[in-house]
Design a protein around this ligand. Sequence first.
Ligand code: ADP
Ligand code: MG
Length: 238
Amino acid sequence: MASVQLERVSKRFGSTHVIDEVSLSIDHGEFVVFVGPSGCGKSTLLRLIAGLESISDGDLMIGGKRVNELSPQERGVGMVFQSYALYPHMSVYENMAFGLKLGKASSESVAERVNETARILQLEALLERKPKALSGGQRQRVAMGRAIAREPDILLFDEPLSNLDASLRVQMRNEIARLHGRLGSTMVYVTHDQVEAMTLADKIVVLNKGHIEQVGSPRTLYERPASKFVASFIGSPS
Ligand code: ADP
Ligand code: MG
């Protein structure tokens, strides 16, 4: 059974078709990357999966269950955004604990999960700090920590590294790859950086104007792009 399955999913804002009958199957534990030019619908597609936007037409299944009408919390997904969206008045610890407390976990189990997450992301020494006392990379780690502390089956990332400088981006990219290996969760990752896509993805989905141009492994897309559009986007020679 697929982890996430989209069946002819469409999204309209008014009369504008932003996502047009997209069908896609994502396996458990798979790392899937959405790429495509600005405005092609990457974020919208991710937000449809997360439940932050409603689906206009089609079906979305998570773990075999239709979730079109379920809230983000009910879908078992965690999301990491480009802007870190941390609570400025809360410490790192509180930022990571917040969602867990809403989930009505006991305070011991909250502490256990936050500490384990902090260990995985090397945030242990920073738990008492406020976001403004953190570097960009540290803030992005906290944002990731907040998402993974809840142990979602599916992690969604929307250009999480695009606000970081180049060297930090490489470091965080490696961190995300390591996290994927360690957690084994399904990851869906939006980027416009083709190096990020090629190094992280098991499977790349190339989007263009709200539809899928091609789905395949990085190698397949590079060696056998289905169109000039894909070739130019992936940077392959053909
Ligand atoms: P990407 O992430 O690939 O850059 P988006 O998914 O953000 O693209 O946007 C796809 C298209 O949908 C764009 O043309 C954008 O203007 C439009 N769009 C996104 N969100 C909304 C909204 N809430 N209302 C109206 N149009 C939107
Ligand atoms: Mg976007």
